[in-house]
Design a protein around this ligand. Structure first.
Ligand code: ZN
Length: 102
């Protein structure tokens, strides 16, 4: 039996190497915006993150993306990533009645 080699990537939060498909991809697009790449196929420089809010937290607190992408990552960029992360991982916020709170 042939064994397939599983591509491993390192999480920018905890620095553990995990199978690529278990990680979320964050990409700095050719236009310079930083987004969560839900398709895994977007062009640009990629970073990987566990599907884990703790890693997201570590990434933000340590400003890991600035280092990873060698650029300044604004707080609002991180905030936007948190929103995308929540949507992607479908965190059930049962306490809120829904809708945007200002
Ligand atoms: Zn991690």
């Amino acid at each position: 039996m042939k064994q397939k080699k599983i591509p491993m990537r390192r999480c920018v939060g905890c620095y553990e190497s995990k199978p690529k498909r278990e990680l979320l991809r964050i990409v700095r697009t050719t236009e310079g915006s930083i987004v969560l790449d839900s398709t895994g196929k977007q062009n640009g420089r990629g970073a990987y993150l566990c599907n884990n809010p703790e890693c997201l937290d570590k990434m933000i607190k340590g400003n890991k993306l600035s280092r990873e992408f060698e650029t300044t990552v604004l707080r609002e960029t991180y905030e936007s990533l948190v929103e995308q992360f929540k949507k992607l991982t479908k965190v059930d916020d049962s306490k809120s009645g829904g809708g945007a709170v200002e």
